[in-house]
Design a protein around this ligand. Sequence first.
Ligand code: ADE
Length: 414
Amino acid sequence: MDRVDIIEKGKLLIDWASKEMPVLKIIRDSFINTKPLAGLKIGACLHITSETANLVLLLRDAGAKVFLTASNPLSTNDEIVTYLKNYESIEVNSKQGETTQEYYENIKRVIENQPDLIIDDGGDLISTICTEYKTIASKVIGGCEETTTGVIRINNLYKQGKLLFPVIAVNNARTKHMFDNRYGTGQSTIDGILRATNVLLAGKTCVVAGYGWCGKGVAQKLKAMGSKVIVTEVDPIKALEAVMDGFEVKTMEEASSIADIFITVTGNIKVITDKHLKKMKDGAILANSGHFNVEIDVDYLEKTKISKRKIRENLEEYIMPDGKHFYLIAEGRLANLVAAEGHPATVMDMSFANQALCLEFFAKNKSKLKPGVYDVLTEIDKKVAYYKLSSMKIKIDELTEEQQKYLESWNLGT
Ligand code: ADE
């Protein structure tokens, strides 16, 4: 493809996604008039997809200068980068398949532009500013964190006294995790597995490690495709929830020898290790949809393998000393974003609407918040839901005055 075709393709992808992002459109139309981010610089570390492009264009139209960098070395869509850079004056230097060194150089480039506001996905941008660029961090008005793993990291940074500006945990908004994590990760993980392998899921035994919002989504979609699903958990309450949702619950050790496909979505490290791999069947498929590539012990596969070859796009075969073959999707990085295209625009619409409204909130409330981790205001969360429902032409009932009063009282009993 020549450069003009690449740019045209980027634009088509962005326009296509925008059709499923009506909430962003409402906000963009309003921000074009009110310019709530006028004169502000935004540093954004996000998966560079057509949905992200729609967010950064909204922020640019709201008056901000946007510096964008990738939140994963493999999830960048180069056509989107080329279009944003050449036609929309968005500063972005990331590329698909960049090295870890290039990944951090690009993050640092964003920071050196001294952003006033931050959007992060995974915590790499916020943690780098707070630890390596303290002077710049002290001038940041606020940041927004997109993902479960990022919120955990930023909370830990705060607990250690190292968080230097307020951060809103966008992931904690109900209009974010109940839809993006559950339906988005659910569908896009299946999409990634299918694009990488084209295996039939019906009749396969699949292990889903982790039954948080993402794990619930993946398990639900696999069940709908006819797979037998085994859930592994460390939290007894989530394990019980999985049981009552109709899934088998086992330890990873028990499940190892039974399953055909393993999917990790825990947000933790070393969920599948040598002890599990040694028990797995020949031909087992391994995928991860947790934020970082730490859930499957890829180092062990690399160090122990007899040989390795690429079978298909985003699928590598490892031959182990005992003669078994394992098939690893997307190097153990986010299967849904590397082997597929991430969450569909319909759910990113709500996640990114929260981001845009939280940045507006920061711009209106400069220096009012101390460093710390904050939830999205309920009024923002509800506004996003109302906008989404109205875009679907769905009306809902309203509390009557009498009902509202009843909910605020205690004296009416049996
Ligand atoms: N995270 C998961 N899916 C995504 C998408 N489509 N765009 C940006 N970030 C994402």
